[in-house]
Write a protein that binds this ligand. Sequence first.
Ligand code: ADP
Ligand code: MG
Length: 427
Amino acid sequence: MNVSVKPSKLIKGATGDWEVVIGLEVHAQVTSNSKLFSGASTEFGGEPNSHVSLVDAAMPGMLPVINEACIRQAVRTGLGLNAQINLRSVFDRKNYFYPDLPQGYQISQYKSPIVGEGEVVVELADGETVTVGIERLHLEQDAGKSLHDQSPTLSFVDLNRSGVALMEIVSKPDIRSSEQAKAYVTKMRSILRYLGTCDGDMEKGSLRADVNVSVRKPGGPLGTRCEIKNMNSISFIGDAIEYEARRQVHILEDGGVIDQETRLYDPNKGETRSMRSKEEAHDYRYFPDPDLLPLEFDTAYVDALKTHLPELPDEKKARFMRDFSLSAYDAGVLVAERETADYFEAVAKGRDAKLAANWVINELFGRLNKEGKDITSSPVSPDQLGSLVELIADGTISGKIAKDLFEIVWSEGGDPRAIVEQRGMKQ
Ligand code: ADP
Ligand code: MG
């Protein structure tokens, strides 16, 4: 896809403007009780090596058994990304050595992933809309974790995460700025949370991204990319892209070439640095896992999952704009998290929806932010805010008095209508 780029997004170099090209590989931990090929628990934060079956520890002769719940989640995610669902897919072994990978290979999908091409619509703060193509979504096992900071002379391995199901969601190189990349990850997380297929918790590592960055003269051929591994913060993703794109521009303008390599971002220094030269697919000696049959299901299975998908952010936004006459911006803010959208709907139902949106977005969000709370722990319930909105709409109180009333309800609780009566707040 060729999106035209606003001049403000271009990097000014000594030899003219440069365009940044970005593609992301998002790793999303599948929400499921047990692992992709074993019955061990996926619970976060257990004692090291307490959620490890013989399969996860790769004992000789153990056989993987596919967890149907994970398949369902991958298909549902594919549907949520408006993507092609492949009725037949294949699990492959991706061979490499790592101390926290006892099998000596990762079971992944290579040539035949469970989900093919799709797309995600991303809205930016300035109202710009970008459609980012999805290349594929495949299922794979997570590895264990090496712990190097527990002892001065020893390293430890925790296999609790070994074998947990991940979805790798690969975008096309359709992203053209750090802002777009941040908005893309935010939107992806929102879709996954609505679907309930990944909790999106980046601090716990449930959602992380490899960020591929290259630069080129606007409209020219694609440049060589560098891949920044394992990013687990949206704002760091933005910072890393800004740094990396400028690093590449400097090299190219000095007459150098970009080596395709894997890099790491150091948030303390605000820099990326080289980790290793890029590995190629053939380095992994992929081959179909002989322990697993190809994965096959029929259209009826997919259709049944499709029927039961929840309303997703884009549809909800369109509905809010249509039914409540909200602006695209307000509707977008309200649907970003399902909990917020539900709260708003409860306030707006049968009331002045625009007024309700204003109060939720400006007063309530402002106050929640100030206190570091989220909507699920709001001291003001949708019912209470709804009554307050009614009191303004029917002229009982002014907007100014309503702010005092909001403060009272926030800190003391109570029925807004009764408070207005008791304290003589009518205008
Ligand atoms: P690998 O696992 O080797 O990194 P993938 O196909 O899984 O390969 O992912 C490649 C990622 O790099 C995709 O997200 C793709 O959009 C992105 N990409 C490919 N070419 C470029 C480029 N020239 N500049 C920036 N990103 C790119
Ligand atoms: Mg990659």
